[in-house]
Design a binder for this molecule. Structure first.
Ligand SMILES: [Zn+2]
Length: 227
């Protein structure tokens, strides 16, 4: 459809460049610090297990998950899944990522509000990101502004989800830094390195949000021009 390739596409370009930069930054930073061993030499598993137990989260299991940078905490099954490099590794990247994921488990156990909001929005945001364009596209073809509006609202839900993701991610990383330092898993000279890993990861969430926000503004502009 020609209207999807009009001049307003230009507004998306900075966001897309930013997102590409963030992706390459997280990959290169992660690869770099995967090769730098911590002085203390604890593995990601040891770090995660110790911090979980210190927070009375002995009941949370830790599993290995396939892939790279696939690490996550699953609140439904209460399982921490770490990629092989993180689980077995004793690099700056491994301990930083392990501690970050534990940060999410701690958020869950203490009822950290933004996480609750994020989980509540998730189903509608997931539906929204899958079907928003379908409604918008259909609305343009059928010249039905109502359909376009439904699509925009759905897209908005996906954007709100990404906005709420930011405090959740930043908070998990700041918990990670505190826990790494307090337990002596990293020494002072390594603090800034761990921060680089966590900041690079956070940047991808900022970029994803910026891209969706730019796309939302573009959809609204297209809608108003047509309506
Ligand atoms: Zn996270």
């Amino acid at each position: 459809m020609p209207m999807f390739f009009d001049s307003s596409f230009i507004y998306l370009i900075p966001a897309i460049i930013f997102a590409m930069y963030a992706q390459s930054k997280v990959k290169s930073t992660f690869a770099k610090f995967l090769k730098v061993r911590t002085q203390k030499g604890y593995t990601g598993y040891q770090v995660a297990r110790t911090i979980l137990n210190n927070n009375r989260l002995d009941n949370i299991k830790i599993e290995i998950t396939p892939g790279k940078m696939s690490d996550h905490y699953d609140p439904r099954s209460r399982v921490l899944r770490l990629s092989n490099d993180v689980y077995h590794g004793s690099s700056i990247a491994a301990v930083s990522v392990a501690a970050h994921e534990v940060g999410h488990a701690v958020q869950h156990s203490v009822g950290y509000a933004p996480l609750g909001i994020r989980n509540a929005i998730f189903p509608i945001a997931k539906f929204g990101s899958s079907f928003a364009m379908f409604f918008v596209f259909g609305g343009f073809i059928l010249q039905a502004v109502n359909l376009i509006d439904i699509g925009i609202y759905l897209y908005m839900a996906a954007v709100i989800f990404q906005v709420v993701t930011l405090p959740v991610e930043f908070n998990a990383s700041s918990r990670a830094m505190d826990m790494l330092e307090a337990n002596g898993f990293i020494v002072k000279a390594e603090y800034s390195k761990a921060k680089q890993v966590l900041n690079a990861a956070a940047l991808t969430y900022v970029a994803a949000m910026a891209t969706s926000l730019a796309q939302l503004f573009r959809l609204i502009a297209l809608r108003n021009r047509r309506a």
